[in-house]
Design a protein around this ligand. Structure first.
Ligand code: URA
Length: 195
């Protein structure tokens, strides 16, 4: 069994926070174990909870459109969320739920070891860009070690607002050059710097 499949089994058995009581299905994440690009959203919604797959509702369709702008399909990237179970009524995940779920995201990052991590929305951004506002941080990248973190608005937020839609479409166009940059970083000795 692959490392990711083993991890999914553990995640599916998790009852470490009250979200486990309300879920239909756990939504661990999906994509290739060797993906170079990892997208981290907020939490499963109605459709994701029904199907056990991330980003399969309207926000997911928009994410697929965004990926197509840079010549990628969703099965070429890894997609997951900060929390793996749907918060009731699609409310924001609570800090204790994010904390309880963090270990799973850390293990996903360790196994996949992506070159670039894209945070979608403020909950995901807060894990890697603490204290920053999405209005300022979106479209900007941080280099930590030999990995690049890139913040974007959540596709659901941009779905119905023309202005945000144009912004998120412009932001995703930065990914190909960030991936190329990250590839260079990984062929060099490790550095620690921010940009
Ligand atoms: N929004 C998210 O943040 N994640 C999903 O999986 C779906 C919608």
């Amino acid at each position: 069994m692959s490392k990711l499949s083993e991890l999914y089994r553990e995640i599916e058995a998790c009852r470490d926070c009250p979200l486990a009581e309300h879920r239909t299905r756990v939504v661990p994440g999906e994509g290739p174990e060797d993906a170079e690009l990892m997208f981290i959203g907020e939490a499963p919604g109605f459709h994701e909870d029904q199907q056990g797959r991330p980003f399969v509702g309207p926000a997911g369709h928009f994410l697929e459109e965004l990926l197509s702008l840079i010549g990628l399909r969703r099965d070429e990237v890894y997609i997951c969320n900060v929390v793996k179970c749907r918060p009731p009524g699609n409310r924001d995940p609570m800090p204790k739920e994010v904390k309880a779920c963090r270990k799973w995201l850390e293990r996903q990052i360790e196994i996949i070891d992506p070159r670039v991590i894209v945070t979608l929305g403020r909950h995901s951004m807060a894990m890697f860009f603490p204290g920053e506002s999405i209005g300022k941080a979106h479209g900007t990248a941080r280099k930590v070690g030999n990995r690049i973190y890139f913040a974007m608005y959540h596709p659901a937020a941009a779905l119905h607002q023309q202005k945000l839609r144009r912004t998120i479409e412009a932001d995703i166009q930065k990914l190909p050059s960030l991936l190329a940059e990250a590839e260079k970083l990984q062929s060099q000795p490790q550095q620690l710097s921010m940009f």
